[in-house]
Each structure stands twice: as C-alpha cells, then as structure tokens.
Design a protein around this ligand. Structure first.
Ligand SMILES: [Zn+2]
Length: 266
C-alpha cells in the first residue's frame, strides 16, 4: 500500500466510522464533553435519574433520558458546551448553580417547555428534544433561562420589580402578564425590536423576560451585533444595555466589553 492508498484507506475508514458510530460511542463522546464542563465549572450535569428539589417536583414534569436519547444528547451537548464555555468559571460560581439537568418531555402545567430554571434547587433544566426549533433558538434559550436564576440569586426573586429598570421604560409602558402568556402568541413574541427599548415582543411580557432577553442577546454574536445597532438609535434600549453590562461586570469584573468582543471573535 503506497502513501496515497493509505490516505484513501484512512479516509474511507474515517467515513465509515462516522456513519456507523455505535450508540455507545455517541454516548461516550457526549459524556466526556459533559464531564469536562462539570470539572471546569464545578457543577453537576444530570443525564439520567436524579432526585429533584420539591419546587421542581411540584411545578414541573419530565422524563429522564435513556439510551435511546443518545443521538439527541450528543447534539444537545455539542451546543451546550459551545454556549456554556462563553461564561468564565467565576460567573457560574457566583450564580450558585449546582447542576444542569438534561431531560425530555419537560412541561409546566401541561405546557411544554424547553427549559425550567429551578432557582430554589439551583438546578437548570433543559429538554434535549428541541433540535427542530433550530440551533439559534436553543443557544438563545440556554442563556435566557439561566438568567432567570441569576436574577433570583442577585435580587431574591426571579420576578424582581427592579425600579431602576422600570424607570428606563417610557412612562406609558406597562409590561404584559408574564412570559407564560406569550406561548399562545408566537408571532408577536418572536418579533424583533418591535418597539423602543425592547429586543423582542417576548421582552414586553414581563420585566423578568425583558432582562433575560437582553442578557441572552449579549451572549450571542449575531444578537449582540443587532443589539449594538438598535441601541445606537434607541436610547431606552441603550440604557438597558448599559445597566445589564454594568450588572454583569459588577458580578465578575473581567466580563467587560473586551470580554464580549473576545467570546464573539471580534
Ligand atoms: Zn424567560
């Protein structure tokens, strides 16, 4: 076998192994990535059975993952690892997060949910079965839902009626009835920068959603660029972004503008 033949053989072997990775191999790949996240951030990541806090057990329902979920788990793990590594360890330590629970068929009161922040058990639940929503939705929601826990950790409630934040809005603006109400109104909820001061329609449903949306926009490159552009001519939004950036940097000093430029590759 000459050198060219060897390369062709190796390439063919690689292709075949790519097509026929056994479930066990996929699982091992996902587990090793999750183990690295656990080690690097000092958290647990549940992929099987675990005991839930009474808050989660009372308010939510889900199914634990099993071996049939290995491909979905691998796909979700690739996205989670990429997004999670945008956070420095200090940010995660300060948030008091204890664990991430990867589950399926997650719901609250029969309403399907991609994620549930259990701010009392300090566990963030993600449903790995949302690949059909697209990677952008999953990445955005990973950060958005985590922010709800950060809000509770910093202000004692996920629904903090932050007076300074409210003062930034137009005096005639009132928030809607909370994020849960948006689930029947997908078109408006998904609309981008629908009015001054708000990155999405969903932001208008509640102050907690408004803050979580801006946080998530800061963590994703394309959203970050859109946010910068909108804020250049929207003073309400600009002030909210300044507030959020200061809040973040107040928690972890290294998370300044240069840090965000770094994680977005600018
Ligand atoms: Zn939310």
């Amino acid at each position: 076998m000459n050198k060219t033949d060897s390369l062709i053989f190796l390439f063919a072997a690689f292709l075949l192994s790519g097509i026929h990775i056994p479930n066990e191999g996929k699982l091992m790949n996902a587990y090793s990535k999750l183990k690295s996240l656990e080690r690097d951030y000092g958290i647990s990541i549940y992929t099987g059975n675990f005991s839930a806090s009474s808050y989660a057990a009372t308010n939510a329902e889900w199914d634990f993952l099993d071996e049939s979920d290995s491909l979905a788990l691998l796909e979700f793990t690739n996205i989670l690892a990429k997004e999670w590594r945008k956070y420095p360890k200090d940010w995660v330590v300060k948030s008091n997060l204890m664990a991430i629970a990867l589950v399926k068929n997650l719901s609250v009161n029969g309403q399907k949910r991609f994620a549930i922040p259990d701010a009392f058990g300090e566990v963030l639940y993600y449903d790995i079965g949302y690949a059909h929503y697209g990677e952008n939705y999953i990445c955005h929601s990973i950060h958005h839902e985590y922010y709800h826990m950060i809000e509770e950790n910093s202000f004692g409630t996920m629904y903090y009626n932050d007076p300074y934040w409210i003062s930034l809005n137009d005096v005639n603006f009132n928030y809607g009835p909370g994020g849960a109400a948006a689930y029947g109104d997908d078109n408006f909820a998904a609309s981008l920068h629908p009015l001054s001061g708000f990155v999405t329609g969903y932001s208008t449903y509640g102050i907690e959603e408004d803050k979580a949306e801006i946080f998530a926009f800061l963590l994703m490159k394309n959203s970050y660029l859109a946010l910068e552009e909108w804020a250049s001519s929207d003073i309400i939004l600009k002030n909210k972004v300044v507030y959020m950036r200061e809040f973040i940097q107040n928690e972890v000093i290294l998370m300044d503008s240069a840090y965000f430029s770094f994680i977005h590759g600018f």
